[in-house]
Write a protein that binds this ligand. Structure first.
Ligand SMILES: Nc1ncnc2c1ncn2[C@@H]1O[C@H](COP(=O)(O)OP(=O)(O)OP(=O)(O)O)[C@@H](O)[C@H]1O
Ligand SMILES: [Mg+2]
Length: 392
């Protein structure tokens, strides 16, 4: 069909009639109403034109010498390039059998001569509307098919990724098992034997050797803690968010404070908090989150008694928690790195730790759909912020 038909041209029509006055009348009438009209006067020309540049619609006279309209229509319907073009028959014949025959061989409508202008226009426009709608449907179908194909490709890619993820999850589980079991077993053995050595050979060891045994014990204890923390960190990756429950942050915070009882007692830390909300969360992870940030706030203190304040602010979409301390503070250039695994700003001698606590906090907050960051002034104190989205 004529792809050049633009919005201005309402349709491309081929008129086939051997009577020039009919052709001229139709040409004038249709052109004046915005249609592009081509005219031929016999069947041979009609078939050639329709095949070479298919029109949107054919107006076909029945009574013509050489090849009549029925024959032309049959040939058009038999040819793949032209079979979709709607044909309206034009004829002076008004016998009901002529009309039936016209529809039988594939005509879509029938107009009797002499023409009634409004009737011709209405019938032509009706058929062209159907053509346009069919084209729109075909285009929509093509787009849908393309979308289906694209989605199928994405689905295949997702399946592949899922399989890879499953494989790497299995590797990770194996790795976790090695970390939690195989690596800790020899460590426990070294630790137990060092303790035995310290007890049994206490009398025979000089001060230097006793120091060595103490360092072995400290080293194995530290490594054991490191492996536990690493295991806890690796396990966080597989959090199932659908299992989050409404969790009272006051209870989670109190649990964290209970767990930090010894450190609080020792440092005489003063800890205050706002009334906290109930959020959708994993309770155990929330306790760990508070505990890790609070333990830092107590651990990284200056000479004075640690003072910690936990506050919360609610926005339209999330809760913003702030945990403020009066500790040693953090240099601005280190504020981002502290959330990375094994990033410590101090030596073990100055402050014990594995450098995993805040990395675990980051993972927990992100698993809950939030963000975590810090703000600090060296020798004044730090503020740790995290957000948790509200679920309505
Ligand atoms: N409140 C704080 N004040 C000052 N420095 C802090 C504070 N919190 C964290 N830091 C710095 O950030 C580093 C990382 O903290 P993180 O909690 O991850 O590790 P850690 O405390 O060293 O070890 P652990 O894994 O046992 O918690 C710390 O080593 C410390 O230097
Ligand atoms: Mg810590």
């Amino acid at each position: 069909m004529n792809n050049n038909s633009t919005d201005a041209i309402k349709g491309d029509i081929l008129v086939v009639d051997d009577h020039l006055e009919n052709v001229n009348l139709l040409f004038t009438m249709l052109s004046e109403h915005g249609y592009e009209v081509r005219q031929v006067i016999n069947g041979r020309q009609a078939l050639q034109t329709a095949q070479y540049d298919p029109p949107d619609l054919i107006l076909l006279d029945i009574l013509m010498p050489e090849m009549d309209g029925y024959e032309i229509c049959r040939k058009l319907k038999a040819c793949p390039e032209t079979q979709q073009i709607p044909v309206i028959f034009l004829s002076a014949l008004d016998d009901v059998w002529d009309k039936v025959k016209a529809f039988d061989i594939g005509g879509v409508d029938y107009i009797t001569k002499p023409f009634d202008v409004p009737e011709v226009l209405a019938r032509v426009e009706h058929q062209l509307t159907i053509v346009r709608q069919q084209r729109q449907l075909t285009e929509q179908n093509i787009r849908l098919q393309q979308e289906i194909q694209e989605r199928q490709i994405i689905q295949q890619q997702l399946q592949q990724l899922n399989q890879e993820l499953l494989r790497s999850n299995t590797d990770l589980e194996q790795f976790n098992f090695i970390v939690s079991h195989d690596l800790r077993q020899p460590l426990t053995s070294i630790n137990a034997n060092a303790q035995l050595l310290a007890i049994k050979s206490h009398r025979f060891l000089d001060e230097d050797s006793k120091q060595c045994v103490t360092r072995i014990l400290e080293g194995t204890n530290h490594m054991d803690q490191l492996l536990r923390d690493l295991f806890a960190y690796a396990r966080l990756g597989g959090t199932d968010t659908s299992k989050f429950q409404p969790t009272d942050c006051n209870l989670a915070l109190n649990q964290a404070l209970d767990n930090l009882y010894q450190a609080i007692e020792k440092s005489q830390a003063i800890i205050n908090h706002d009334p906290l909300p109930t959020i959708r969360a994993d309770r155990v992870q929330l306790v760990t989150l508070f505990q890790n940030i609070l333990s830092n706030a107590i651990k990284y203190c200056r000479e004075e008694v640690p003072q910690v304040n936990v506050s919360v602010r609610q926005t339209d979409t999330e809760y913003l928690f702030t945990i403020q301390d009066n500790g040693i503070g953090i240099e601005p250039e280190s504020l981002k790195t502290i959330f990375k695994l094994f990033q410590r700003l101090h030596s073990l001698q100055d402050y014990p730790g594995s450098g995993i606590g805040l990395a675990i906090c980051k993972k927990i907050v992100e698993c809950h759909g939030g963000r975590i960051w810090a703000d600090s002034l060296p020798n004044v104190g730090s503020k740790f912020y995290f957000t948790i989205p509200q679920y309505k």
